[in-house]
Design a binder for this molecule. Sequence first.
Ligand SMILES: Nc1ncnc2c1ncn2[C@@H]1O[C@H](COP(=O)(O)OP(=O)(O)OP(=O)(O)O)[C@@H](O)[C@H]1O
Ligand SMILES: [Mg+2]
Length: 237
Amino acid sequence: MLKVTNLSIHYRERKVLDNISFDLPARQLIGIIGANGSGKTTLLKGIMGLLPIQAGKVEILGESWERVRDRLAYVPQRNAVDWDFPASVLDVVLMGRLKPRTFFSRYTAEDKRIAQESLEQVQIADLAQRQISKLSGGQQQRVFLARALARKADVYLLDEPFAAVDMATEQTIMELLQTMREVGKSIAVVHHDLNTVTAYFDYVLLLMPDGVLAGKTADIFTPTNLQKAFGGRLGTI
Ligand SMILES: Nc1ncnc2c1ncn2[C@@H]1O[C@H](COP(=O)(O)OP(=O)(O)OP(=O)(O)O)[C@@H](O)[C@H]1O
Ligand SMILES: [Mg+2]
């Protein structure tokens, strides 16, 4: 579902991703694992076309980004979002229905039905009219997931959906992601908790100081590879 060839992304002089390549299959739950600052968010933004790519190629479902962008949904890292923006939960979820080329079109009854259904899927239908600034961290995370669900996408990229959520919320989200995989969606999740990687993910993309490793979780998520990826910091994460 995601084929990256010789990809490089730099911020000014800083090379964050330098000539990386990997190929991950569709219809799987994929964990993106790596130390703080290793470039996980940068990679997702590059794939989503939110950052300029210096070199290389990204193919999604065998197509270029331009051709599949309506089939992609992205959940940004929660701390990267301006939560003071005055909008209700329902407004935010409805944004998931916007297509890039029809920004000023009105929402249809179908859009509203799908937004409502998405809120129900993440169990926050009762919060629809609340201001997003007045939600807890876990509730905000669910709002963003609902917005992604409302896109009815085929590929979902989630940046740390489990950050600052309690176990009940994590379980709700995880069960939902598993159901999505069963119906054929492809899902990549940036994830920090190494204890749950094996239970959650079929495949892993591991960001290392000198490149990436991608493959089945059992093959990639090994003590040796983790030591290389996290170095001396392994004890502190
Ligand atoms: N807008 C930016 N301008 C310059 N450097 C940046 C910018 N955004 C990120 N970086 C740097 O790029 C590197 C990768 O950042 P990125 O946010 O992709 O890491 P990450 O793996 O998502 O980390 P975390 O686990 O903390 O979310 C870091 O060293 C970071 O300081
Ligand atoms: Mg990040």
